[in-house]
Design a protein around this ligand. Structure first.
Ligand code: S3P
Length: 166
């Protein structure tokens, strides 16, 4: 396999696992949030503030279309599955891996991540985060060919499981 795409909710470990996976495979990692920040020249939080969610989703879609044929590990943002167009593209890609974690673990991670400011999760209650999470689960499930349960596992264990399945 020459390309693996990681999808999943905020805090699922797409960037951390993607880094390690790329290292093990000896290939580049493309982190969507970073590609978007490079494109927009400001932080994602600032962009959401100034231009809103819809404009951000258009940029995310443009980035996916730009990198969909690249070789390497693609770590997407948690909202990549929201647009039909993106899901259609993901379904055509051979190794789309959904990193699935328990909601309580995701909430714990996104509410304690000081390095990564997430406009959709920042200062939200657990119930508000759950309201974002629930409708997305079927979208991740329909977009992925491989589902990895990650709760309680280390990034190394998750990478080993992914490599067994691709
Ligand atoms: C988002 C997830 C974030 C980032 C943006 C929106 C989302 O990426 O793209 O804040 O809608 O779930 P991570 O999943 O890498 O945190």
């Amino acid at each position: 396999m020459n390309q693996i795409v990681l999808i999943g909710f905020m805090g699922a470990g797409k960037t951390t696992v993607g880094n390690l996976l790329a290292e093990k495979m000896g290939c580049p990692q493309y982190d969507f949030d970073q590609l978007i920040v490079d494109k927009i020249g400001m932080s994602i939080a600032e962009y959401f503030d100034q231009y809103g969610d819809a404009a951000f989703r258009d940029i995310e879609t443009a980035v996916l279309a730009e990198v969909d044929t690249l070789k390497g590990v693609l770590s997407t943002g948690g909202g990549i599955v929201l647009k039909d167009k993106n899901r259609t593209l993901l379904k055509k890609m051979p190794y789309v891996v959904y990193l699935k974690a328990d909601l309580s673990e995701l909430i714990q991670r996104v509410t304690h991540d000081e390095e990564n400011v997430r406009p959709l999760a920042d200062s939200k209650t657990p119930a508000e985060i759950e309201a974002i999470y629930r409708p997305r689960v079927p979208l991740y499930e329909e977009s992925a060919r491989i589902i990895i349960e990650t709760t309680g596992k280390t990034p190394e264990e998750i990478v080993t499981e992914i490599l067994k399945q691709v």
